[in-house]
Write a protein that binds this ligand. Structure first.
Ligand code: CP3
Length: 350
């Protein structure tokens, strides 16, 4: 008789089966707040070298699991490896964030490769296979990509911007050229996500960090529709693929996003209104979130209150406990331990 595979609490929640204690992980959990990450990062050379060295990428993926025994590991990579596969020049300069060759005129868009060279991303797939082999079978493995809108904000501007003005301007001034960038990212992201599933990812997350700067009509066109096309494209090949969306800052537009895209879960930031989320979002899909990462830096009573608020607001339904955005590098490890302990002590009510 073959033994049934071990149950992954994370996937149970996505399937609609509530767990006594909500599964827990943190966005950007492999990163600079961990001394063991900083050590590997220092010997890897550049940031992309770390992403593309399977042994090291697998190691830093597993570091937060060893420390905190989270319910999910997220593969160590970056949303900007897709532009890299598309032949764009992507660099990460220390202390400055990403730098790309700007794609800010229709002429330049005309030169954009229509398909990526996915052999460049083979090291990410190899890192996934390694993590899969080493990971406790009760822990879910997350693959990811950026949503086309968010990836385009970096490709157009050539760097991070406070308000994503270059991409917004281009979308207004040159909607056809901008649509070509978006379409190219949609197709590449489908291939990239399918590659991650084939390499062992259990679930996929689509990060739309900058969704919240768009007016409703543009949100529909540049965030919702491209994300929906990715979800459908992935499911054409893998019908039961599990997908989490993260349209950060979408606020009142979240229910429409969930309905249109067909995601299995949505990650919410700390500004989300709890009753709207419970009634219009959690009633349909799982929610993931939404502790303010600054509360995690603060610690103490503020942290206990913040954790309790998430549990009171959402643990009565399908919840994956997480932050509302990535953990900040200055976060004390002791505060992460305090958060994990408090979530795991949850007894079904407070
Ligand atoms: O979550 C994880 O632990 C997995 C790894 C991961 C990274 N980036 C590693 C990383 C994930 C899921 C991302 C996603 C990502 N990358 C997003 C979407 C989510 C979010 O946080 O908003 C975005 C917008 C990016 C693009 C990006 N990468 C920026 C703007 C920067 C510079 C700012 C920063 O945080 O340093 C990066 C670099 C980056 N990606 C680092 C890490 C650990 C830091 C680089 C370093 O270690 O030197």
């Amino acid at each position: 008789m073959t033994q049934a595979p071990p149950v992954k609490p994370f996937l149970e929640v996505l399937a609609g089966r509530l767990q006594p204690v909500p599964p827990l992980w943190m966005m950007r959990q492999a990163g600079r707040y961990l001394p063991e990450y900083r050590e590997v990062r220092a010997k890897a050379g550049g940031f992309l070298d770390l992403c593309f060295t399977p042994e090291l990428a697998a190691e830093v993926t597993l570091q937060p699991i060893r420390r905190f025994n989270f319910d999910a590991a997220i593969i160590f990579s970056d949303i900007l490896v897709v532009p890299h596969a598309l032949g764009r020049d992507v660099r990460f300069e220390v202390g400055e964030g990403p730098r790309l060759d700007p794609l800010d005129t229709p002429d330049k868009v005309g030169t954009l490769a229509s398909t990526g060279d996915f052999t460049k991303l083979e090291p990410v797939f190899e890192a996934l296979r390694r993590v899969r082999r080493e990971l406790d079978p009760k822990i879910a493995l997350i693959g990811f990509c950026g949503a086309p809108w968010t990836v385009a904000t970096y490709m157009v501007a050539g760097h991070g911007t406070p308000d994503q003005a270059p991409a917004r301007m281009m979308a207004y001034r040159h909607p056809e050229a901008f649509a070509q960038i978006i379409d190219t990212i949609v197709e590449s992201s489908i291939q990239y996500l399918l590659g991650q599933l084939a390499a062992g990812a259990d679930v996929l997350q689509i990060f739309d960090t900058w969704a919240g700067v768009l007016p409703p009509r543009e949100f529909q066109r540049w965030s919702v529709e491209p994300t929906m096309r990715i979800v459908q494209g992935v499911r054409r090949q893998v019908p039961d693929a599990k997908i989490i969306g993260f349209p950060r800052g979408a606020g009142a537009l979240l229910p429409g996003y969930v309905e249109a895209t067909g995601v299995d879960a949505v990650s919410i930031d700390w500004t989300a209104e709890p009753s709207l989320i419970r009634e219009k979002v959690q009633s349909r899909v799982a929610v993931q979130g939404n502790l303010d990462p600054l509360v995690l830096i603060t610690g103490g009573d503020a942290l206990d209150r913040g954790v309790d608020d998430v549990l009171v607001n959402f643990a009565g339904g399908r919840l994956i406990f997480n932050l509302g955005h990535g953990i900040q590098p200055e976060t004390p490890i002791a505060h992460v331990e305090q958060m994990v302990k408090r979530v795991r002590a949850y007894k079904g009510s407070l």
